[in-house]
Design a protein around this ligand. Structure first.
Ligand SMILES: C[S@@+](CC[C@H](N)C(=O)[O-])C[C@H]1O[C@@H](n2cnc3c(N)ncnc32)[C@H](O)[C@@H]1O
Length: 283
């Protein structure tokens, strides 16, 4: 039996808390047999945070994704096929390995180096580099569950729509999509940053403020249901318009494709807004 299949067997009966704890400990303890971590530089590139905080946030969003999948009719289990869209270095993807066999776990991202880090950490799962403008290399109706954590949060409106439409195509009928975007919580946070002396802010925070110089106007537009975005320059060479993006509920309800029923938008369960949708049609 291979290392990762052993892993699913070994941790299958762990509670969420025990499982999250094992992943946290695996940063220091290779004997746990859990997926390895990339260099700190890649963690910062993908998550703008140190590893410990990045993992804590990942465990929180994994819990929400799992709960949404159960609530909306696609509980995670050995038969589930899962796609992590914009998987980065596999921060969130690894949490699925207790519930889902590694071969059923797929991740994709436009950043080749991050995809390679995911594949090295989880060799029995499927990690693919994708082109931002090309169709997704998966058959229609491939996945029971798709998650996309902190990806739409960075994409301008036309790309947001294009991505969600592609994800709807590869989601199975009755399958669940959980995606996060920035919301009013982040606008509030940015207003706090704006009140601090500029020299006290981290470079990333300054960049975000520069991308949205009039926060009051941005908030007003958001509350009116307008998509609000600004370019930070990160990844700009690769993806024009990459930056920070706030998608209000009314905009999501109106603009997401009809094949998806938006069943929940929650602003309070995680640091970003969490949108859950189910693919319409006969299950
Ligand atoms: C903030 S990181 C989050 C990574 C990962 N989801 C996580 O939570 O750790 C955003 C990720 O989205 C990827 N990305 C950006 N635009 C994308 C696109 N159009 N399609 C797929 N991935 C994209 C970036 O390369 C990056 O890995």
């Amino acid at each position: 039996m291979s290392m990762t299949t052993d892993l699913t067997e070994r941790y299958r009966l762990f509670s969420d808390e025990e499982w999250f704890d094992a992943i946290r400990k695996s940063v220091q303890d290779a004997s746990l047999g859990l997926p390895a971590f990339p260099p700190d530089e890649l963690v910062r590139r993908a998550n703008h945070a140190e590893l410990e905080l990045a993992l804590t946030k990942a465990s929180e969003i994994f819990r929400v994704i799992k709960q949404m999948a159960r609530t909306y009719g696609r509980p995670l289990g050995p038969p589930s096929t899962v796609l992590d869209y914009g998987c980065g270095w596999g921060r969130v993807a690894r949490f699925f390995l207790r519930d889902v066999p590694p071969a059923n776990l797929t991740g994709c991202d436009v950043d080749r180096e991050l995809v390679a880090a995911s594949q090295r950490a989880m060799p029995e799962s499927n990690f693919l580099s994708i082109e931002p403008d090309a169709p997704l290399p998966f058959a229609e109706e491939s996945f029971d569950l798709i998650c996309s954590v902190s990806v739409l949060s960075h994409l301008p409106a036309p790309v947001h729509i294009q991505v969600v439409t592609s994800l709807a195509r590869v989601l199975r009928t009755g399958g669940v999509l959980v995606a996060t975007t920035l919301g009013r919580r982040h606008l509030g946070l940015m207003k706090k940053w704006a009140r601090s002396p500029r020299q006290d802010l981290e470079a990333g925070q300054q960049k975000w403020l520069d991308a949205l110089p009039d926060l009051d106007a941005a908030t007003q537009r958001y509350e009116y249901g307008e998509f609000v975005s600004g370019v930070t320059g990160t990844l700009a060479g690769l993806l024009p318009g990459y930056g920070i993006a706030f998608a209000p509920d009314a905009w999501v309800q109106a603009r997401w494709p009809d094949t998806l029923e938006v069943v929940d938008i929650n602003h309070d369960i995680w640091s970003q807004s969490v949108i859950t949708a189910r693919k319409r049609g006969l299950p």
